[in-house]
Design a protein around this ligand. Structure first.
Ligand code: NI
Length: 243
């Protein structure tokens, strides 16, 4: 697995429409592994292939469910949003726009179909963190950045990148964890939604890599949880109808 360079906002490839994947072959597995590695190295909760310069419709997402403490990993090839319901104002950032965050409208619940990394058809209906991440990552496949939803780039807020913050924490002798100890998860307005997978699709996915992996993967759940908070800009209590 290789950590690839993440393109930033000014790169024209981020504005192009990515092509559908025709074959889920060995090079595709390498691409997916590299994307996961790159996402983790950059401390993101999601990554789309065009962000590493590959104009193919592939996304990876990873986060920890606050309630179950399980690490969820979703890989989707040729994802398509079938339905969106509700709207909330979400705070988010992007690995391609480091150091800035903004508040943008997102659907509360989405139904998405695509293929998993083994090429099996999957359908995901979710209104949790995954719904948020999926919308952001799928946008990348059409050359859309979250900043496109802002009236003006002046609406962007500058934030310290996780990497910088960690450097600062270690320079001051604190561990990154203790430097973050005052951060609390966004407060929920409603019960933690569950990610649901269409039973037919789940059946179709039997024997393949399920979109969810349990605890014990090589990424520590606490770190993954922090990555989602970073994506949401550490916005305490900003959970509006979802998140
Ligand atoms: Ni992004």
């Amino acid at each position: 697995m290789t950590v690839r360079r993440i393109l930033t906002r000014e790169n024209p490839r981020l504005r192009m429409k990515s092509a559908k994947v025709k074959r889920v072959d060995r090079p595709m597995q390498t691409l997916i592994d590299d994307m996961i590695e790159t996402m983790r190295a950059a401390e993101g909760v999601g990554l789309a292939a065009p962000q590493i310069g590959v104009l193919l419709r592939v996304i990876v997402c990873e986060y920890v469910d606050d309630e179950t403490e399980e690490l969820h990993q979703t890989v989707l090839i040729n994802p398509e949003v079938l339905a969106k319901e509700g709207e909330w104002m979400a705070e988010e950032g992007c690995l391609s726009i480091p150091g800035y965050v903004g508040t943008v409208p997102r659907a509360v619940r989405v139904t998405v179909k695509g293929k998993d990394r083994k090429g099996k058809d999957v359908r995901i209906k979710t209104d949790g963190q995954l719904a948020h991440i999926l919308q952001h990552e799928i946008d990348h496949l059409d050359g859309i950045l979250f900043t496109d939803y802002l009236k003006s780039l002046d609406e962007l807020r500058e934030v310290e990148s996780p990497r910088k913050r960690r450097r600062r924490a270690s320079a001051s002798g604190d561990s990154a964890e203790s430097a973050l100890s005052d951060e609390t998860p966004p407060a929920g307005d409603e019960d933690q939604p569950e990610d649901t997978i269409d039973p037919a699709a789940a059946e179709a996915a039997v024997g393949s890599s399920a979109p969810t992996v349990g605890r014990g993967a090589d990424d520590e759940p606490g770190r993954a949880r922090q990555r989602y908070r970073d994506f949401c800009c550490g916005a305490r209590g900003r959970r509006i109808t979802c998140q």
